[in-house]
Each structure stands twice: as structure tokens, then as C-alpha cells.
Design a protein. Structure first.
Length: 426
């Protein structure tokens, strides 16, 4: 009996040493939770036996329990390094397969995240950070695992769109002395972009094609009518070149003209300004144009073509909302980091990699967001170190070694007594 008790003590002490050694080995592991070995005594007695005279049966390992105390936060400067200051776990799942329901959500305090090749926020093991969907202004609410989704950070935002409408407000000269090289009103020769004597002035017009790529456009203006005794109207013809090729005005059945009265005000409806061929369809709004005794100037130039905007900046606030700014627009919310907590975190199933799986002993899963319902706040640019106190673990290691040696001595003594009994001669 004493030998089995001593052997059980040896096994228990060995487990204690292993647990302490594992804690020491992971002192630098991000988000690692230390464990402790919990023991209880064994006692067996016959119901009719006097328990006051019964010796216990030794020791048993009750459990190796993870300790979920807060670890120190270390600043890293990497904005996707996240830490939770307070209670809660990050929810993660394999980056591939979550949308089809073929992967399990697991939980961790290790928040070393980054972007994979697809722009998905993942940790070093390739697990995707789970979030709640949000509106562009960041509004969201707590949910269940059915509403979780991975966080994707697109490198560009917006759908490409070809230019169809151009708003072009101009200041055209009323004095024919300001027509640059145009030789007469109207010009002597037909319009030729390469011949500056056939036009008064020109300006670049920014355009985009159906893929959102920039297209080179140019607008040319030709003074064709001056005020006379019979009319106070001044007329400019407008020509459009796209990638160096002239686009016919009004489907090729007319000219595009800008007419101004004696005060230099644009005359609405003086002519439709549409330019169209097999690949281009442009409508110009020049209603804000004026004519003055001054040089040519573009007052405003805008178009409805759209180029997808590139990612300018990314940030994560203390509530876990991930904000991205594209182009010169205001930041938009891409998701809000899901934070999970449990009635009994020690009941979680350790999976390695500072990650835990759900088990019934953990109780109810409470999914929420940082800063609400008792959840801690998110710290961007920081990582939570392990909660291992190295000095404490070294003391525990010495204690466990002492216990091991004491049990080994007890086993040696039991063996010696057994040998003595075996040597007794009748």
C-alpha cells in the first residue's frame, strides 16, 4: 500500500513539474495562460470500517487548470496587433471554410493579427478574426455565432464606371484679340487639332473608361459667330477628342455650340452637347459658363466617372470597430471585432497555440463587443504577454522537485522495508 501511495505521489509531482516547466517554456508566448496542477487526496474505506483508523490511499490529480488572469500589455506599433484590456476572448476560425459552416469557432487572447494575401485579417496560424457586420458609420449590436463573419480589408473600394456626364464651367473671351492663334471668325480652314489657327483655345478633360482607367480627353473651342448689327449673340463651337480621336457631336448630325448674349451670359438650350461614337457617350453641362473681356479659364470641371479608390489608412478603435479610409473620403467601418466570454473560462478545451475550444464545462457563450456587457476594451498596436510570473514559477519548480524527491525517498523506504520482510528467516 505504501509503495503505491509513494508511486502516486511521484506521478503527481512529475505532473506538477511538467506543468511548471510548460509555464516557464511559454513565458514569452503571446496570450499564453499559465496553468496550475490541482491535487486532491484519495481515501477508500469499507462502510463498516472505522475511518478514524484508516490511512488515505494517496494523491490524485484533480485537474490542470488554466489561469485567466490579465497579462501585461506590450506596445508594438502594429495597428493590427490587438489586445483585450479586461475580460473576453477573440473569436477566430480557419480563414477558409467559415462561410460554408465547415469550421469551428475557437477563442484566444493572442491578438497578433495581420493581412493575408486576400486581405483577410488572420493570425499566425491562418485563423481569421471574427467580427460582427456593421453599417458604414460603425453601428452594430451583439449577436450569435450565426452573425459572425471574417474581417476583410479591400485594398480598393468602389466600382469602376465610365464617364457619361461632364460638368464644365468656362470663362470664354469676348474680345477676338484673345483667341490665341485662331486666324479669323470663323476660322479660314476646317477644324484640325494639329492646326492652332483653326481653334481659339483648348483644355484637358479628365475622363475614365468602363474599367475605371483614366482616359485622355481634350475640349477645343472655336469662335464661329461674333455680334453684329443683326444679332448680339456670340457663338463658340465645341469639339471633343478622346485619346487623340475626335468624337462626333450630336451623333454626327450637327455641331455642339455655346451661345452667349450681349452681357456674356450663357444662353440655355443653345444646343445639345452630346458626343458619341461606338465606345464613347459623353454629355456636357456647361450651363455655368460665362463670356468676359478676359482670357480663357476653366472655372469648374467634374465628371461622374469613377475610379476605385485605394486604401489610405486603417485603424481599430477601443470598441473594436475597424475603420478604413479610401482615397480622400471619410473612413468607413469594415466590421466590429467580436469578443466572447464564458461563465467558466477554465472549462474551455485547450487546443494549443494559446487557443481554446468550447466545452460544456465552460457554460454559456456570451458573444458581444468590447466595452459592453463586462467585456474589456480593445487596445490596437499592443499585444498581451503571457501571464506567467517567472519568479513564482521557479519557486514552484523547486517545491515540486522537493515533493518528487520526498516521494522517491518514501518509495525507497517502502522498498527497503519490503526487502527486510523478505529477508526474515523462519
Amino acid at each position: 500500500m505504501s509503495m503505491s501511495i509513494s508511486l502516486g505521489g511521484l506521478n503527481a509531482a512529475q505532473t506538477d513539474i511538467s506543468t511548471t516547466s510548460n509555464n516557464i517554456a511559454n513565458v514569452g508566448s503571446t496570450g499564453f495562460r499559465k496553468s496550475r496542477t490541482e491535487f486532491s487526496d484519495e481515501f477508500y474505506a469499507d462502510p463498516m470500517k472505522d475511518t478514524k483508523k484508516t490511512v488515505g490511499a494517496g494523491v490524485t490529480i484533480q485537474r490542470v487548470a488554466a489561469q485567466f488572469s490579465q497579462g501585461n500589455l506590450q506596445t508594438t506599433g502594429n495597428l493590427l496587433d490587438l489586445a483585450i484590456g479586461g475580460q473576453g476572448f477573440f473569436a477566430v476560425a480557419p480563414a477558409e471554410g467559415f462561410e460554408t459552416g465547415n469550421s469551428e469557432v475557437t477563442y484566444t487572447r493572442a491578438g497578433a493579427f495581420g493581412l493575408n494575401k486576400d486581405g483577410r485579417v488572420v493570425n499566425g496560424a491562418g485563423q481569421a478574426l471574427m467580427s460582427f457586420p456593421v453599417a458604414a458609420d460603425g453601428s452594430t449590436r451583439s449577436g450569435t455565432t450565426e452573425s459572425l463573419q471574417p474581417v476583410d480589408v479591400p485594398q480598393v473600394m468602389g466600382q469602376p464606371r465610365a464617364t457619361e456626364t461632364v460638368e464644365l464651367d468656362l470663362r470664354l473671351p469676348s474680345d477676338s484679340a484673345m483667341l490665341n492663334q485662331q486666324d479669323a471668325v470663323p476660322p479660314t480652314n476646317p477644324f484640325d487639332a494639329a492646326d492652332p489657327t483653326t481653334w481659339a483655345t483648348r483644355t484637358p478633360v479628365p475622363l475614365t473608361d468602363e474599367n475605371g482607367a483614366p482616359v485622355e480627353g481634350e475640349a477645343y473651342f472655336i469662335k464661329t459667330v461674333e455680334p453684329s448689327a443683326g444679332s448680339t449673340t456670340t457663338v463658340y463651337d465645341m469639339r471633343i477628342l478622346v485619346d487623340g480621336v475626335e468624337v462626333p457631336a450630336n451623333g454626327g448630325f450637327g455641331t455642339a455650340t455655346l451661345s452667349f448674349d450681349e452681357l456674356g451670359q450663357f444662353i440655355p438650350g443653345s444646343g445639345p452637347l452630346n458626343f458619341q461614337d461606338n465606345s464613347t457617350n459623353l454629355n456636357f453641362d456647361v450651363s455655368g459658363s460665362v463670356m468676359r473681356d478676359d482670357t480663357f479659364q476653366v472655372l469648374r470641371s467634374e465628371h461622374d466617372g469613377q475610379v476605385p479608390a485605394g486604401l489610405n489608412s486603417l485603424q481599430v478603435d477601443s470598441s473594436g470597430t475597424i475603420w478604413a479610409a479610401y482615397g480622400g473620403d471619410d473612413p468607413i467601418a469594415l466590421g466590429r471585432v467580436a469578443v466572447a466570454n464564458f461563465t467558466n473560462p477554465q472549462g474551455l478545451r485547450p487546443l494549443g497555440g494559446a487557443t481554446y475550444g468550447y466545452a460544456n464545462d465552460a457554460g454559456e457563450t456570451n458573444l458581444g463587443v468590447a466595452g459592453m456587457g463586462g467585456m474589456g476594451l480593445i487596445r490596437s498596436g499592443s499585444l498581451e504577454r503571457s501571464n506567467v510570473d517567472l519568479t513564482e514559477e521557479l519557486v514552484n519548480l523547486i517545491t515540486a522537485q522537493r515533493n518528487y524527491q520526498a516521494n522517491a525517498k518514501a518509495l525507497e523506504t517502502s522498498a527497503s522495508l519490503m526487502q527486510t520482510v523478505m529477508n526474515i528467516r523462519g
